[in-house]
Design a protein around this ligand. Structure first.
Ligand code: HXC
Ligand code: NAP
Length: 292
């Protein structure tokens, strides 16, 4: 696939967007596209050196403005300081993209209480901290046309073994998305989520399909479209959802996974393996079936 940007060049001009976890992976890809569309960006995470390099590279590449601010989303005071830095630099914040996450595969019985708490802390509490801190300010300032976009994943509603803390946390984020979409609509705040399927990134692949597991589990084979996602495909969807073009979309979760989760859920999806010859034989048997 040769995926290109989908929106017109000035689609996000004048908007300031905070992207948590914006220094790497999908957060970086979305930030790059927002900058190309004219937005001012703030990227935040724990590793300032990584953030600063990304901000410098993306500014050089796009000509946009990207501020790097260190912030552990688990710490409410750090979140408030990060938001203050965004306002001090740009005078406004229009969009919050809750993208930061922590995750790793493990049999649940091997997890310590601390391991569980760590993932819930980053994904659920971190998202709540950023949403609460910025939401309170937006409401107090009586500004309108504000957007929160949360990155979840499809196991937020199916659940998944071996990533139970992440599944529980993402389910919580999805519930928060739908709840606040209704409660805060009166303040002019929209709230949506994206549920990506597999999009290879270093951060996710090292923790979810490390070493030979990547070959053994070939994620593309799980997807009806037969491939993993491209970062620009996700960036296109995210840009649309934070733009004014999606102003009437509120409280939804948009899946972008090539049909992966439905294939897993469909009772008879495994019949893909049946050959045309076998289908001839099966049809005969089924047509010949007579109930007593
Ligand atoms: C069991 C583990 C573990 C492992 C850590 N722990 N790794 N337990 N198996 N592999 C335990 C530790 O022993 C500790 O428990 C607790 O978890 C916290 O670990 P720390 O290393 O101290 O935490 P921290 O430095 O805060 O790092 C957080 C992290 C790390 C989540 C463990 O992986 C990280 O920084 N991740 C950020 C990036 C990331 O995860 N990206 C992938 C997102 S992908 P004790 O009891 O000692 O306190 C994603 C995709 C979803 O979400 C869908 C895909 C299709
Ligand atoms: P990634 O590159 O590892 O991104 C995770 C980011 O979160 C990192 O930049 C990390 O930066 C930041 N982060 C972690 N803990 C943090 C904390 N306590 N405070 C602030 N920032 C923190 O992985 P990714 O694949 O791009 O994932 C991005 C998002 O997509 C996540 O929400 C993930 O769940 C979701 N997702 C990914 C996939 C996929 O296939 N890749 C599929 C579905 C959903 P620091 O280490 O510097 O803090």
């Amino acid at each position: 696939m040769n995926v290109t940007g989908m929106l017109r060049d000035d689609a996000l001009k004048g908007k300031t967007i905070i992207i948590t976890g914006g220094g790497t992976g999908l957060g970086k890809a979305m930030t790059k596209y927002f900058l190309q569309l004219g937005a001012n960006c703030v990227i935040s995470s724990r590793k300032l050196d990584v953030l600063q390099k990304t901000a410098d590279d993306l500014e050089a590449e796009t000509g946009g403005k990207c501020l790097a601010v260190q912030c552990d989303v688990r710490n409410y005071n750090e979140v408030e300081s990060m938001i203050k830095a965004a306002y001090d630099t740009y005078g406004n914040v229009d969009v919050l993209l809750n993208n930061a996450a922590g995750n790793f595969i493990s049999p649940t019985e091997r997890l310590s209480a601390g391991a569980f708490k760590t993932i819930i802390g980053i994904v659920l509490e971190g998202t709540a901290n950023c949403t609460m801190a910025l939401g309170k300010k937006w409401i107090a300032d009586q500004v309108k046309n504000r957007v929160v976009l949360n990155i979840v994943t499809t196991y937020a509603w199916t659940g998944s073994g071996y990533v139970v803390p992440s599944a529980a946390a993402k389910a919580g984020v999805l519930a928060m998305t739908r709840s606040l979409a209704v409660e805060w609509a009166k303040y002019g705040i929209r709230m949506n989520a994206i549920a990506p399927g597999p999009f290879p990134t270093k951060g996710a692949w090292e923790r979810l399909v490390p070493g030979d597991l990547a070959k053994q589990l070939d994620m593309a084979k799980r997807v009806p479209l037969g491939r993993v996602g491209e970062h620009q495909e996700l960036a296109n969807l995210a840009a649309y959802l934070v733009s004014d073009f999606s102003a009437y979309i509120n409280g939804d979760v948009i899946t972008i996974d090539g049909g992966e989760w439905l294939q897993g859920a469909g009772e008879f999806s495994m019949l893909d393996a049946v050959s045309p010859d076998q289908w001839d034989a099966i049809e005969k048997m089924v047509r010949g079936a007579k109930s007593e």
